[in-house]
Design a protein around this ligand. Structure first.
Ligand code: SF4
Ligand code: SF4
Length: 179
């Protein structure tokens, strides 16, 4: 009887709580979890809960600052970063932190459907160009929509850069043969 009454009281408590609207509180507030009164969820997407600064959500890449070193792809435990690089005969510019760029990014895809948000890729990046944003709502019905492409080269540019590298190698070989 005692257990049955206890269970019933709990149900009644939730029944009344269900009629109360949950407040949209900032998760950074002290005692956030103690203030969760009411069982009605917030009206997402009209209402959203502010997220902490250290939250780990969708990845973003500032491709102009990427040196295409492939470290992020190597660090990824689930292999969801695919990078294809094209070598350049000479330096092609500098990133905002002064790192020299010598590779073009032909492909830079991140499959967010596979990503487990561990953040390892952001930790190893030498130029800090791969970051976790506060974006978490990218709902889609097509799984392939979650493959984010960050490379900006056109097919024509890719072909041109590859040709430049092949020509450079051929000239180097020819110069070697002459000696
Ligand atoms: S957050 Fe983790 S799982 Fe996601 S891409 Fe980066 S290393 Fe891979
Ligand atoms: S670790 Fe950083 S610089 Fe290197 S390929 Fe990844 S995003 Fe680019």
């Amino acid at each position: 009887m005692k257990t049955a009454v206890k269970g019933l009281l709990l149900t009644v408590k939730h029944l009344f709580a269900a009629g109360r609207k949950r407040e949209n509180l900032d998760i950074r507030e002290d005692g956030y979890f103690d203030k969760q009164d009411g069982t009605v969820t917030i009206q997402f997407p009209k209402q959203t809960i502010p997220i902490p600064e250290v939250a780990r959500y969708q990845l973003d890449v500032e491709i102009s600052d990427c040196i295409v070193c492939d470290l992020c792809a190597k660090a990824c435990p689930v292999d969801c970063i695919a990078i294809e690089a094209i070598k350049s005969p000479e330096a092609i510019g500098k990133t905002s932190d002064g790192s020299v760029k010598r590779l073009y990014a032909e492909t830079f895809d991140i499959d967010m459907a596979k990503c487990m948000y561990c953040g390892l890729c952001t930790v190893v990046c030498p130029t800090e160009c791969i970051t976790m944003t506060d974006q978490y709502d990218r709902t889609t019905t097509k799984l392939t929509d979650l493959i984010y492409g960050f490379a900006e080269m056109s097919d024509q540019e890719v072909a041109q850069r590859k040709e430049e590298w092949t020509r450079f190698q051929a000239e180097k070989e020819a110069a070697k043969a002459k000696k």
